[in-house]
Design a binder for this molecule. Structure first.
Ligand SMILES: NC(=O)c1ccc[n+]([C@@H]2O[C@H](COP(=O)([O-])OP(=O)(O)OC[C@H]3O[C@@H](n4cnc5c(N)ncnc54)[C@H](OP(=O)(O)O)[C@@H]3O)[C@@H](O)[C@H]2O)c1
Length: 224
């Protein structure tokens, strides 16, 4: 789910953290988080924003509590470099933090030695778990095995593009914000090669403040 400008940008021309959505978008975001078991973030989004989105609405928190679920979905951070600055507010947020680490990639956070043969575990200080990442299909199945089936993508464009290219997005939720931003930061990478995909409109909901929520479900490509 993403907040995008009318010209399809998710950040201003200079890049960086943009708060495009207003109060209605915030509520829609928290509702999606309240549904989710886990929220996926690209490391660049985290570095730019410094933290992830939390559910604050008391009714949504109460509903999760009533279902015996944690207050916040687990934050899943995908990073090759493992470089998430230690001073970010993210490290103090009240949630589970898992690092999705590409298999076989070197990291500055490699532990110096491990007595067992085979791949050495690496840990990003502050993360509760490390999960190996080799493909989006493998990741979804590894997360399902951990009980994390409902996933929300919080961005950014790099991750959105990869998930769409891998056909691992079931639903698109976009908040159209009444802004024209220009610049290069389209909500999907311009170089992305996508197979033709069809989407069915599930919902269109004015959010107030001239914002419009659009939800689309992936449809199977019709056989010619
Ligand atoms: N409007 C919105 O709703 C919204 C939402 C989210 C973000 N944003 C904006 O989007 C921008 C950030 O998006 P972005 O596209 O530049 O970056 P991104 O998707 O947030 O993160 C990219 C990073 O994720 C890691 N990564 C990506 N693919 C990987 C893979 N296959 N394996 C391992 N690690 C991988 C890499 O981290 P390392 O470099 O650490 O290796 C990479 O640099 C920011 O300007 C942010 O404000 C807007």
């Amino acid at each position: 789910m993403l907040a995008v400008s009318l010209d399809g940008r998710l950040a201003p021309p200079a890049g960086g953290a943009a708060q495009l959505g207003g109060a209605g978008d915030r509520r829609a975001l928290e509702e999606a988080l309240a549904w989710a078991d886990a929220a996926l973030l690209g490391a660049e989004t985290l570095r730019r924003h410094g933290s992830t989105c939390l559910i604050h609405a008391p009714d949504l928190l109460a509903a999760r509590g009533g279902q015996g679920r944690s207050a916040q979905p687990t934050a899943l951070v995908l990073s090759r470099s493992g470089h998430i600055p230690p001073g970010l507010p993210f490290w103090r947020q009240p949630l589970q933090r898992w690092w999705l680490q590409p298999a076989g990639r070197p990291s500055e956070h490699d532990q110096p030695a491990h007595p067992e043969p085979g791949p050495r575990p690496r840990m990003l200080p502050g993360c509760d778990r490390v999960l190996a990442f080799s493909s989006w299909v493998q990741l979804r199945s590894a997360l399902a095995a951990e009980g994390l089936r409902r996933l929300v993508l919080l961005g950014g464009a790099d991750l959105a593009g990869q998930l769409l290219a891998a056909e691992q997005v079931d639903e698109l939720q976009l908040t159209l914000c009444p802004l024209l931003l220009g610049g290069p930061h389209s909500w999907l990478p311009p170089s992305l090669g996508l197979r033709l995909s069809h989407w069915q409109l599930l919902e269109q909901r004015p959010l107030g403040g001239d914002e419009l929520l659009l939800r689309y479900l992936r449809r199977p490509v019709p056989v010619p």
